[in-house]
Design a protein. Structure first.
Length: 250
């Protein structure tokens, strides 16, 4: 018979909003996730004690990673993605400034020539330089515009919205809830922002966006690991629910 470890089951179930779990939730999870018929009567109570102690170091079965480390990884991924976007914007601005400089230099030379030299050849040469600089800038601007258009044509990463409050995934367009992530609605990250911000008292993070690729088709333990890590990362990033009341959550 497979031996059930209450720490493993608690890690499966653990989220910051899991304090309203009851014995039935634990028994349902065991029945769905484990192929066992018998286990100690004390097991559900042990699991609930671990979950409600909030902050214990819940190890995964391989003993190599914990939910705190997962939360840090999620936060690092988010910050890395933001930095990559900022660097891309910075590089584009640098290219624009670099492309504009010859135009500005040619305009300045022309303005100085008007004040100092009225000969036709000098003016013709200055105008030719100015026209060349403007044409080079036009080509550079066109290339940047095409690059932005191509980037905009790439599909945005898809996210699901997990409800810690309802222990389920949001449907499409914020309609209803789904137990299977494969049946959940798909959102872009900016789209998720308008749906978040529930003000309940029982959840530190009522809802949060989860990358679709990390949970669709994944096993139960992996899915809960992603949810737990994302929940902790949101709390650490200051995105917790300001209405949350630990006493009300008990």
């Amino acid at each position: 018979m497979t031996t059930l470890d209450p720490r493993t089951i608690a890690a499966d179930l653990m989220t910051h909003a899991a304090r309203d779990l009851d014995t039935l939730d634990v028994l349902t999870h065991i029945g769905q996730a484990y192929d066992v018929l018998t286990y100690p009567d004390s097991l559900p109570a042990e699991v609930l004690t671990l979950v409600r102690s909030a902050g214990i170091d819940l190890l995964w079965p391989d003993g190599t990673k914990d939910t705190e480390l997962d939360a840090q990884r999620v936060e690092v991924e988010r910050i890395t993605a933001e930095l990559a976007g900022l660097r891309a914007e910075r590089d584009q601005l640098r290219e624009q400034v670099h492309a504009q400089k010859p135009v500005l230099d040619a305009v300045q030379a022309w303005a100085e020539l008007v004040e100092t030299d009225s000969s036709a050849p000098a003016h013709a040469s200055a105008l030719a330089t100015l026209h060349q600089a403007v044409e080079q800038y036009r080509l550079m601007d066109l290339a940047l515009t095409n690059a932005r258009t191509e980037a905009a044509g790439q599909p945005e990463p898809q996210y699901l919205i997990w409800s810690n409050h309802h222990k389920a995934w949001w449907g499409a367009n914020g309609s209803g809830y789904r137990s299977n992530p494969a049946d959940a609605g798909r959102y872009t990250l900016p789209d998720t922002e308008k749906w978040l911000g529930r003000g309940c008292y029982c959840c530190q993070v009522p809802e949060l966006p989860i990358p679709a690729g990390k949970v669709i088709g994944a096993g139960d333990r992996s899915v809960w690991g992603v949810i737990t890590a994302a929940t902790r990362a949101a709390v650490k990033a200051g995105k917790g629910n300001r209405h949350y009341d630990p006493e009300a959550a008990r």
